[in-house]
Design a protein around this ligand. Structure first.
Ligand code: SF4
Length: 446
């Protein structure tokens, strides 16, 4: 058996893989890796051991583009044979200008073209059904206990600072039965937390007129509220990302209040001044968003809201910025990221007048983050003395790093659990919160 394995290992083409960008890009990477493994390729760490390297790039902002171009350069220097895919792949001329020796370039979520480019360089090995075992849900780049569930590709909005619709195209929703079957498979493979992602989760299904499909003997529409109702039946944590506060989102709040899905929403608001939101061409307004958030919290007081904002957008006046500060004081959001505006090549906002100076942008960003840090700390304080269920991410030296319903992996805070020697990663545990700081909670097993 060892001899057969050695022979197969020797003849198996080896692929190196670099995955950059957001959770949606991560899901693309997982699909490509799954296909590579299904076809019998071996995926290896490091450049030198690989026969060729696939780089899945990000093209969202200038710094991400630079990082992607640098990663391509590194892979070329270390290995020499490189296939590029992902968002930056939509800008072939830019890549070719810097790295003319790249073998092939494909755009985002174009798995077939990536595989065609791989086949052109390295034929897949013969299949061996006894050795080529992969989980039913495919290869995941996240830990075993949580997974991103991508429900759609692309976006129908035209936010002036964003080139995602140009890179990833218009909204294309996956039918609800396909999404639910994938969720079931992930759970069978050990996933305890599903992170629903899209460019605009609230718009799910609009492109296919909310097509209906049967799942477990019942009819569901390809629509955000039906998706939440169905996912709520699966008995795992369900966390919603990239939600826009449209009226129909009101319908999922009762599910959160009943703890059927996590009372957590990631809503990228970006600003609060109506004038600036218009210049940004954002799909939802500040005043309406505030009323909606307040009403949601009335129904579901524990609702945790994460958001991101841009300061220093072209034309942002002192008054616009004051409106933004007043909004975050009133909205009492839990987790907030704030970015200084950075132009993206190809975005319409670049042509807007009255760009804010870098020094002023940084001053506004600092003032914003100082105010928000106090709000976040106060919001966390409400948990002290309470019992919370947490999902354990890792355990070492008798302490666990875990997350509550209020913490998405990678981007939010953590619950540090002491006396946790008996806990295991991927396990739910009841804890009592004993202390809080700006971003994290501290707990003991109860
Ligand atoms: S909603 Fe706006 S920011 Fe988000 S992907 Fe679509 S165009 Fe870009």
């Amino acid at each position: 058996m060892a001899a057969i394995s050695d022979r197969l290992a020797h003849s198996t083409p080896k692929i190196g893989f670099v995955s950059l960008g957001c959770p949606k890009a991560l899901v693309d990477s997982e699909r490509i890796l799954t296909q590579l493994r299904i076809e019998g390729y071996e995926v290896v760490g490091g450049y030198r051991a690989a026969d060729l390297v696939v780089v899945n790039t990000c093209g969202f902002i200038e710094s991400a583009q630079q990082e992607s171009l640098d990663a391509i350069g590194e892979a070329l220097a270390e290995n020499g044979k490189v296939i590029v895919t992902g968002c930056l792949g939509s800008r072939e001329a830019l890549i070719r200008e810097r790295h003319p020796e790249v073998l092939a370039i494909t755009g985002p979520h174009d798995y077939e073209s990536v595989m065609r480019a791989v086949h052109a360089q390295l034929a897949p090995p013969p299949r061996n059904p006894y050795l080529d075992l992969i989980p039913a849900s495919g290869i995941k780049l996240t830990p075993r206990h949580y997974a991103y569930l991508k429900i759609s590709e692309g976006c129908n909005h035209k936010c002036s600072f964003c080139i995602i619709p140009k890179l990833r195209g218009k909204l294309v929703s996956r039918r609800i039965d396909a999404v639910l079957r994938e969720a079931e498979k992930l759970i069978r493979d050990g996933v305890k937390e599903l992170l629903v992602v899209a460019q605009d989760t609230s718009a799910y299904g609009a492109d296919i007129r909310y097509a209906g499909a049967a799942w477990r003997g019942r009819e569901y529409r390809t629509h955000m509220t039906d998706l939440c109702r169905a996912l709520a039946e699966l008995g795992v944590w369900v966390r919603l990302h990239y939600v826009y506060p449209y009226p129909h989102v009101d319908d999922v709040i009762p599910l959160m209040a009943q703890e059927k899905i996590l009372p957590y929403m990631d809503i990228p608001l970006q600003h609060a001044s109506p004038r600036l939101l218009k210049a940004m061409r954002r799909p939802a307004g500040g005043e309406k968003a505030l009323r909606r958030i307040q009403e949601w919290r009335r129904i579901c007081p524990d609702l945790t809201i994460r958001s991101t904002f841009i300061v220093g957008f072209p034309g942002e006046t002192e008054q616009d910025f004051e409106e933004l500060l007043a909004f975050i004081k009133a909205a009492q959001l839990d987790r907030v990221g704030c970015f200084a505006y950075s132009p993206v090549a190809g975005a319409d906002a670049n042509a807007l007048p009255q760009h804010v100076s870098p020094a002023e942008m940084e001053a506004r960003r600092t003032a914003f983050m100082q105010l928000q840090a106090d709000i976040s700390r106060e919001r966390l304080r409400r948990f002290v003395g309470r019992e919370l269920t947490v999902l354990v991410d890792s355990v070492a030296d008798g302490k666990a790093l875990a997350r509550s319903f209020a913490d998405a992996p990678e981007i939010d805070g953590l619950v540090h659990v002491r006396n946790a020697g008996q806990l295991k990663p991927g396990q739910f545990a009841r804890t009592r919160i004993v202390h809080s700081d700006h971003y994290d909670l501290h707990a003991e097993v109860s």
